[in-house]
Design a protein around this ligand. Structure first.
Ligand code: FE2
Ligand code: FE2
Length: 457
């Protein structure tokens, strides 16, 4: 077969990431890795370009050094360990699931170039599984003597969405392809599920959250950071591949293929909604302080341990953010545990009745898990901006991305209200608040001094 041999030309910044070795990956941000996907959408590489990227982006699990990771582990609290294990079990198990179901996709490849690329992906997914196997043995420690035993030991008690995607839809789609490799419609459905829902939506989102949390903590020299960044770079190739397959299918016959893609997304994306917060946990030492807030209440950050529970639940229900209106006094009172002091009914009524005051509460199932409040402030020469007044997340519901989601929700509301910007003040030693605001897109503008006038109490 004649295959292309010319190497694709990349911009210098992408070339640096494309060529980085494991040590250099410690200096690279996940967002830079993900820019391969954005650029790929603008200027789609060929399947053989992606193959050649794979050739030049080889890395070895055996080259990683987990000594510092092990030291972190030994020094971390029981709570940190539980949270890290919860997140890594999902990734580890997920990598094994995608390794075990990819072969029928290779058999069903509609062209030799696709067959070649998918064969490289099989090697990648096996390496990702081996990465977690080694991390588990050297950082956590295990008595198991082979991978099958370890996988049985780590298999997470997951929620319905995870089970449906990894134990029902993925293997049944692979089985359809194995039974009839010429079923191109099953192939398109499978690529939508595998490359778009599982890899682009679930895996890369979780990886981004975890790697950025490690960057905030200054732990980018750990073996886990380097290896996980190499995994994210591999996943960016896989996602580029999936987008290309679907783009070509729709160009070839939109009436036939677009409804299959759409139906698969409509059916599967709700499953990721309940899976994503679980994947988006922080790394072992990333324990945010119990609550963080704007300058008005940072002096009360020692108020902690409001909820009793000290370990992550076995399964986190879906999170939902709701905006409180004038009729919601009772719901605010029911969320009293989230506030510094018990809410006063006169202040609650006044707050909710004022259209420039906003309160968003995050519910985990039916339980109030956190809130963000904001006030629109207007100045004659500038217009209106949103002041992020206070942010709080209940201890038992931390590590699920709720703080970031609340800040993003208030930011979106500010945009919708026509504000030209949003601002917040926080103490410079409040790392958890800083990390959350950065994750939600905020940038440090200055380091002001705060003066206050207190009229009562
Ligand atoms: Fe993978
Ligand atoms: Fe992958």
């Amino acid at each position: 077969m004649a295959v292309e041999t010319e190497r694709e030309r990349l911009d210098p910044d992408l070339e640096r990431i494309a060529r980085a070795n494991l040590k250099e990956l410690g200096d690279i941000r996940i967002d830079d890795v993900l820019s391969f996907i954005d650029r790929g959408i603008e200027n789609m590489p060929s399947y053989m370009d992606l193959y050649r990227r794979w050739e030049s982006q080889q890395w070895a699990v055996g080259d990683l050094d987990f000594a510092l990771d092990r030291q972190d582990w030994l020094e971390s609290s029981e709570l940190d360990r539980k949270a890290t294990l919860w997140s890594h079990r999902l990734f580890f198990n997920g990598e094994e699931r995608v390794t075990s179901t990819l072969a029928p996709f290779v058999w069903a490849a509609p062209s030799p170039e696709i067959e070649i690329f998918l064969s490289t992906q099989m090697a990648d997914e096996a390496r990702h599984t081996a990465f977690f196997d080694r991390w588990w043995h050297e950082v956590v420690g295990t008595e198991t003597t082979n991978l099958a035993e370890l996988l049985a030991e780590i298999r997470p008690d997951t929620n319905e969405g995870y089970t449906e995607l990894f134990y029902d839809r993925l293997p049944s789609t692979a089985q359809r392809l194995a039974s009839n490799p010429k079923d191109i419609e099953a192939f398109i459905e499978g690529v939508t599920l595998y490359h778009i829902v599982i890899e682009a939506t679930l895996a890369l989102t979780g990886q981004r959250f975890e790697l950025e949390s490690m960057r905030e903590l200054g732990t980018t020299d750990r073996g886990f950071y380097r290896g996980f960044t190499a995994i994210a770079r591999d996943e960016s190739r896989h996602v580029n591949f999936g987008i290309k397959v679907l783009q070509e299918a729709v160009r070839e016959d939109a009436a036939r293929f677009a409804p299959i893609i759409q139906k698969t997304l409509v059916e599967c994306l709700p499953q990721t909604h309940s899976t994503r917060p679980i994947l988006a946990t922080s790394p072992s030492s990333a324990v945010p302080r119990v609550r963080f807030s704007s300058s008005r209440s940072t002096r009360s950050t020692s108020a902690c341990g409001r909820s009793g529970s000290t370990s992550p639940p076995e399964s986190w229900p879906a999170m939902n953010i709701e905006r409180m209106g004038p009729e919601d006094q009772d719901r605010v009172m029911a969320a009293a545990a989230l506030f510094d002091y018990p809410p006063r009914s006169d202040a609650v009524n006044r707050f909710l009745a004022d259209p420039n005051h906003h309160l968003l509460i995050a519910y985990s199932g039916d339980v109030p898990a956190g809130f963000v409040s904001g006030v629109e402030v207007t100045h004659p020469d500038k217009g209106t901006e949103m002041f992020l007044y206070e942010l709080a997340v209940d201890e038992a519901h931390q590590r699920q991305g709720i703080g970031t989601a609340l800040v993003e929700a208030l930011r979106d509301l500010a945009r919708a209200q026509g504000c030209y910007g949003m601002w917040v003040l926080t103490d410079d030693d409040n790392a958890a608040a800083g990390a959350t605001y950065r994750k939600a897109g905020g940038e440090v503008e200055s380091q002001p001094l705060m003066f206050s006038w207190r009229f009562v109490r």
